[in-house]
Design a protein around this ligand. Structure first.
Ligand code: TYM
Length: 334
């Protein structure tokens, strides 16, 4: 880790395939923050979070490795940032246990994601699903993180993390940095292409045209955009009664870095069909170099293996400073 720099931390679960929402809400910002002189980035593949829902072990391992390569393919440089599997660093579980003792049942039972997932996995409402946000708080607080680039759906977890950190600091002094969430101006909540009232989600594999995966071929991407639902009328405006068009504009703005007004002006004389085609093409061009890099990395097994090993060691070392302090504060024997 580079001394003197502030820490950025974020993570993604290796479940399902990474999609355009994950990319525009989180991953793309990780890469763009990397070259700042102010921050050092720590990015984890949060595989411990994934087992709150039953997983096929071989599949999970494969997806975790694939996500490690995807982090690199979107531009995270393993020489400039730290990227690792959460399960390789025991400090996450250790700190999570301690923070469990500083988190209230009432707080956890208010979490929207817990409520949603309990409905969806009613046959497996396990304690891990309930305490999931505590593990997420541990991930962030373990490294003294200042900034956490995430999508809008993680806002509530982020607030809880800050509350837990405050509570601990009030009792034991300034042990934790109080982190801030970092949400992109456009792209923090990308909606489904078929159901623009619902966020684009990995677990929505039942309706494939709703979700654009980072691994989709150009033809598939273009056809998903062609089929994207639009709204009544013909104007290309991000209005409240035009959720489909507003979502496509958000995707276009997040990729082109144009403001909403600029994008609306650009498409002022376009029809819906042409507009959807052009947004699809922008996505294809954005993902093309990422897919190429991923393809190269998948052929380079030894290189990736060596990075996974070296980064795990660095992350274990980086996790020790705050963990040691916390253990001492709560009264573990030295
Ligand atoms: P996860 O794996 O569900 O998603 C990874 C990131 O993608 C963002 N995201 C979206 N952004 C915009 N539009 C969407 N439709 C969309 N869907 C997902 C998420 O907000 C997230 O930033 N609990 C976290 C993982 C986690 C974590 C952490 C994140 C565990 N520990 C510590 C940050 C810091 C999660 O399940 O994200």
């Amino acid at each position: 880790m580079q001394e003197g720099k502030k820490i950025i931390f974020s993570g993604m679960q290796p479940t399902g395939e990474p999609h355009l929402g994950n990319y525009l809400g989180a991953l793309k910002n990780w890469a763009s923050l990397q070259d700042s002189n102010e921050y050092f980035g720590i990015y984890s593949i949060v595989d411990m979070h994934s087992i709150t829902v039953r997983q096929d072990p071989a599949e999970l391992r494969k997806k975790a490795r694939n996500l490690f390569m995807s982090y690199m393919a979107i531009g995270i440089d393993p020489e400039k940032s730290l990227l690792f599997f959460q399960s390789h660093v025991p400090g996450h579980a250790e700190l999570s246990w301690i923070l469990n003792c500083f988190t209230y049942m009432g707080e956890l039972s208010r979490m929207t994601q817990y409520k949603e997932k309990s409905l969806k996995h009613a046959d497996n409402i396990n304690a891990g699903l309930f305490t999931y946000p505590v593990l997420m708080a541990a991930d962030i607080l373990l490294y003294g993180s200042h900034l956490v680039p995430i999508g809008d759906d993680q806002r509530q977890h982020m607030e809880l993390c800050r509350d837990i950190a405050h509570r601990f600091n009030t009792i034991y002094g300034d042990v934790f940095v109080i982190p801030e969430g970092y949400y992109p101006k456009t792209g923090a909540r990308i909606m489904g292409l078929q159901e623009p009232a619902k966020k684009m989600s990995k677990s929505d594999a039942t309706n494939e045209s709703n979700v654009v995966f980072l691994s989709d071929t150009p033809d598939i991407i273009l056809s998903k955009f062609k089929r994207a639902v639009t709204d009544s009328g013909s104007e290309i405006k991000a209005a409240a009664d035009k959720p489909g068009i507003a979502n496509l504009l958000a995707i276009y703005c997040a990729i082109s870095k144009k403001s909403l007004e600029e994008a609306e002006a650009e498409f002022a004389s376009a029809g819906y069909g042409d507009f959807k085609k052009r947004v699809g093409e922008a996505v294809v061009e954005e993902l093309r170099p990422i897919q190429q890099k991923l393809d190269e990395l998948s052929k380079n097994r030894d290189y990736v293996d060596s990075l996974i090993k070296a980064n795990a060691e660095k992350a274990v070392a980086a996790s020790q400073r705050i963990l040691r302090k916390v253990k001492k504060k709560v009264g573990y024997p030295s």
